[in-house]
Write a protein that binds this ligand. Structure first.
Ligand SMILES: NC(=O)c1ccc[n+]([C@@H]2O[C@H](COP(=O)([O-])OP(=O)(O)OC[C@H]3O[C@@H](n4cnc5c(N)ncnc54)[C@H](OP(=O)(O)O)[C@@H]3O)[C@@H](O)[C@H]2O)c1
Length: 328
C-alpha cells in the first residue's frame, strides 16, 4: 500500500471538540515489525480519545499533531509486518491500538499484532470494535475485585455505577456470568435495559436512593466497579461490607489520595484506582464470550466515517447507552 492515500479524521491542536476534527487525505501507514495493516470496518469511541484532544495528558499525548484519534477497531488484515506469523491478509480481526499512536478514525491503520485477535463471524464489526477498551477494563476491574470466572467464585454483592455506559454495560454482564448479585446505577431511561443485561436491582442515579447508592434489598456491597465520576468515598463507605473494595476506573487525584490513605491506615475497606493494562489474552477472552453469545455489545449509535464528528460530539455529551461506533 506504500504511496497510496486514505481518508482520515484528525485534529491539529488541543481543544475544539467535534469542530476540531478535520477530514483529510493522508498516506496509508506501513506496518513495522510486529504490526499489521488493517482496512478498517468499524471503530468505537472512548472518553480517553476526546480527553487526549482536550489536553488532559499534555504534554505527553498526543506525541505530535496532526493526530488521528481512537484505539478500538475491527477490520481486515491487508498486510503484515516483519515478525508477524499469527495473521495473514484477509483475516477479520479486532484490535486495540497503542494510545500514543491511535489512528482508528481512518480507512486504514496499523495495529500491534500482540493486541489483535481474530473476529469470528458471530461478532459483527460494530460489536467487535466496542470490546477492546471498555470490555477489557470491565474484565480487569472484575478481576481486581477478586472475580476469577471459574468455579471457585463465591456469591457476593457488587455495585456497578454508570451501568448503561460503555464500560458499565459489559461489567454488568461479566458480573452476572460470575453469578454475582448485581446492583447497578443508571439514568431512568435505561433502567429496563440494564435489568435486561442481568442486573438484579437497578437504581436511578438522579433519585435520592440512587445518589446514596443504597441497595433496595438492603445489601452491603463486597465490591463496587465505579464507572463514573463525582461520587465521594463518604457515599461508598456506609454501603460496603467490612472488607468492601471499590475499584475506581475513573480515578481522580482525590481518589488516589484516598486509596493511599486507606492503605497507610490499614483500613479493611479499600479503594483501588485502576487503569487499563492492554492484554491480548483479555481481549481474546471477551471476543470468545461475544462469540458464544454470553456478552453482547449494546450499540448506542452508528455513524459513517464521513460524519465522525457527530459520533465524537455524542461521546463528549456523556450520555451514551453502550458504545458509539463509527463505520468505514
Ligand atoms: N481506567 C481505565 O483505563 C478506563 C478505561 C475506559 C474507560 N474509563 C473511564 O470510565 C468511565 C466510563 O467510561 P464509559 O466509556 O463507560 O463512559 P460512557 O459510555 O460515556 O458513559 C455514559 C453513561 O454513563 C451514565 N452516567 C453518567 N453519569 C452517571 C452517574 N452519576 N450515575 C450513573 N450513570 C451515569 C450515562 O447515563 P445518562 O445518559 O442517563 O446520564 C450514560 O449512559 C469514563 O470516565 C472513562 O474515562 C477508564
Amino acid at each position: 500500500m506504500a504511496g497510496k492515500s486514505m481518508q482520515a479524521v484528525q485534529y491539529s491542536g488541543y481543544g475544539g471538540g467535534a469542530a476540531g476534527l478535520k477530514h483529510a487525505e493522508v498516506p496509508i501507514p506501513s506496518p513495522k515489525k510486529d504490526e499489521i495493516l488493517l482496512k478498517l470496518e468499524a471503530t468505537s469511541i472512548n472518553q480517553i480519545d476526546w480527553k487526549v484532544q482536550k489536553g488532559m495528558l499534555r504534554p505527553f499525548l498526543p506525541p505530535k499533531f496532526p493526530f488521528i484519534p481512537c484505539v478500538d477497531v475491527a477490520g481486515e488484515v491487508t498486510e503484515v509486518g516483519p515478525g508477524v506469523s499469527s495473521f495473514t491478509a484477509g483475516d477479520k480481526v479486532v484490535a486495540m491500538l497503542n494510545l500514543p499512536n491511535s489512528g482508528g478514525l481512518a480507512e486504514y491503520t496499523v495495529a500491534p499484532a500482540a493486541f489483535t485477535v481474530s473476529r469470528p463471524s458471530e461478532v459483527s464489526p460494530a460489536e467487535g470494535a466496542g470490546l477492546p477498551t471498555a470490555a477489557v477494563i470491565a474484565l480487569q476491574a472484575l478481576k481486581a475485585a477478586g472475580t476469577k470466572f471459574d468455579s471457585t467464585d463465591e456469591p457476593s454483592n457488587i455495585l456497578i455505577t454508570a451501568a448503561s455506559g460503555g464500560v458499565g454495560h459489559y461489567a454488568v454482564q461479566l458480573a452476572k456470568l460470575a453469578n454475582l448479585h448485581v446492583t447497578a446505577t443508571c439514568g431512568a431511561r435505561n433502567l429496563e435495559l440494564v435489568k435486561s443485561l442481568g442486573a438484579d436491582e437497578v437504581l436511578d442515579y438522579k433519585t435520592p436512593d440512587g445518589a446514596s447508592l443504597k441497595s433496595p434489598s438492603d445489601r452491603k456491597y463486597d465490591s463496587v466497579i465505579h464507572c463514573t465520576t463525582g461520587i465521594a468515598w463518604s457515599t461508598f463507605e456506609p454501603n460496603l461490607t467490612a472488607n468492601g473494595k471499590v475499584i475506581d476506573v475513573t480515578p481522580s487525584i482525590k481518589a488516589v489520595a484516598t486509596s493511599v490513605f486507606k492503605k497507610v491506615t490499614f483500613s479493611k475497606k479499600t479503594l483501588v484506582p485502576l487503569l487499563l493494562s492492554p492484554k491480548g489474552e483479555d481481549l481474546k477472552f471477551m471476543v470468545d464470550l461475544a462469540k458464544e453469545g454470553k456478552i453482547k455489545t449494546v450499540v448506542d449509535s452508528r455513524h459513517p466515517l464521513s460524519r465522525a464528528e457527530e459520533a465524537w460530539a455524542k461521546s463528549i455529551d456523556g450520555h451514551a447507552t453502550g458504545k458509539i461506533v463509527v463505520e468505514m
